[in-house]
Design a protein around this ligand. Structure first.
Ligand code: GRF
Length: 193
């Protein structure tokens, strides 16, 4: 199942991929903290959606989110542009089964401003990372990465769009591999065998 709160282009790439009968996974639901295009993309395809709005009590929200996700019995939770940090209760219930797409080559440029941070630093190559989610911000074991060259004329929008083109392909490939082979976690490291 997918967690998303943004424009939903990564979620849409997965939703498109699972429409192929040969793809070894399905999307049980798309869950968000707000109304957003990712939910519309799911609705158009007949995939169940739920909004769990953020509340003043973050721990309570985290439990409500975990309860909603648990109701769909997912093998894997895919955070695809989900703009909230998952809390302790959620991680306790789904730890090791949550992956996140991040628009930089971790451990460089973690956090919500990865693309402008990479531009400001003047790196010549950035990219996308798919990693397992742990209690930190973009600190979980890395599963896959793909590079994207930074052009001198890039701004945040052009660079992020090129990164997202790579992310869509990478995410679909990683979910396919996990569905077939699973994930091996060895301490701080993880890999798809
Ligand atoms: C992606 O760049 C992802 O890495 C980041 O949020 C973006 C989501 O894009 N976490 P979209 O909303 O799916 O288009």
């Amino acid at each position: 199942m997918i967690l998303a709160s943004g424009t939903g282009s990564l979620a849409s790439a997965l939703l498109d991929a699972v429409e192929d009968d040969e793809y070894p996974a399905t999307v049980a639901a798309v869950v968000s903290d707000r109304e957003c295009p990712a939910l519309k993309a799911a609705e158009r395809r007949g995939v169940p959606t739920t909004v769990v709005p953020m509340t003043d009590d973050r721990a309570e929200w985290d439990r409500a989110l975990a309860d909603t996700v648990a109701g769909h019995h997912p093998d894997l939770v895919v955070s695809a542009g989900f703009m909230k940090i998952l809390g302790a209760d959620f991680l306790a219930r789904f730890g090791g089964r949550i992956i996140n797409a991040h628009p930089a080559l971790l451990p460089s440029f973690p956090g919500a401003h990865a693309v402008p941070a990479a531009l400001a630093h003047g790196v010549k190559v950035t990219g996308s990372t798919i990693h397992l989610v742990d209690e930190g911000v973009d600190t979980g074991p890395i599963l896959a990465q793909a590079p994207v060259a930074v052009n001198p004329a890039d701004d945040e929008i052009t660079l992020h769009e090129r990164i997202k083109m790579v992310e869509r392909v990478l995410l679909v490939a990683v979910v396919r591999s996990i569905a077939v082979k699973g994930v091996v976690i060895e301490g701080r490291k993880a890999y798809i065998p």
